[in-house]
Design a protein around this ligand. Sequence first.
Ligand SMILES: Nc1ncnc2c1ncn2[C@@H]1O[C@H](COP(=O)(O)OP(=O)(O)OP(=O)(O)O)[C@@H](O)[C@H]1O
Ligand SMILES: [Mg+2]
Length: 282
Amino acid sequence: MNCITLKDVSYKYPYTEDFVLANINYQFEKGKFYGIIGPNGSGKTTFCNLLRGMIPHFFHGDLSGDVLIEGQDVRDWNSDLLSTKIGYIFQNPFTQISGIKETVFEEIALGLENLGVEKEELIERVVEVVKLLKLEKLIKKNPNNLSGGQKQRVAFASIIAMNSDILVIDEPTSQLDPESTDEIFKIINLLKEQGKTIFLVEHKIDLIAEYADEVIVLNQGQIARSGLTADVLSDLSLLQMGVTLPQATLLSYDLQKIDKAIDTISITKSQVKDQIMKRVGV
Ligand SMILES: Nc1ncnc2c1ncn2[C@@H]1O[C@H](COP(=O)(O)OP(=O)(O)OP(=O)(O)O)[C@@H](O)[C@H]1O
Ligand SMILES: [Mg+2]
């Protein structure tokens, strides 16, 4: 089932000359995990704003083409309803923290409170995400005093608590160490397994290779490449665009040069390992 459909979409912010997104066509299916990658300034955050209806409901400017969310034109959606249907995690966690709540627990509950969720259910849902994100030690702390990484996890928790069908996540791990990054990816994958549709902007390409179903590469506001993760992330021409490829992809190409050591290009470490094992007969 289609979740979001984009037909010939172009967009220009108010008071600017150039289109930031141009001629975008794509059909996003419900329940899939989409990785969005591209060089700095290629339009990834703007693309997120389009997917979650902030364009045109909050950002005005010129929008042309069709943006259909569950079959209905974005312009006809009620913007409050959209914000509950589509959860958004900001690129910068510092902007996500409300600044009006004194504890992490209240901060995570804020979105639910605004939705008018009953107290008992609210507490239950907050406790559940606190456990999921291992935030137990932080719940009594003031959100304003947390580190960047802790803020990022709290922001993530408050969005998960809302239980939206679609999640648009803009670089959620920029402030996190490798271990916490892995944890966040595992949680995103869990949310996908629960049937949610995920859009994730992320520079950590090895993790996109492991988890995303499809990848969209943006370059200068256009979709430069798109499709199944394994196809897109084995395309060496992306390097010229300034897009990083997974370590495993580069290693695969090197191994192929050496006496055709492996027969197919792999994009994750475990796949390369399997290929080598097969080759050496283990
Ligand atoms: N609110 C805005 N008003 C006008 N121009 C904007 C606005 N936000 C972004 N832009 C411009 O749109 C282009 C794309 O920006 P965007 O933030 O979408 O890219 P990005 O791929 O997310 O970049 P990054 O990798 O740095 O996060 C840039 O040229 C940027 O200057
Ligand atoms: Mg961005």
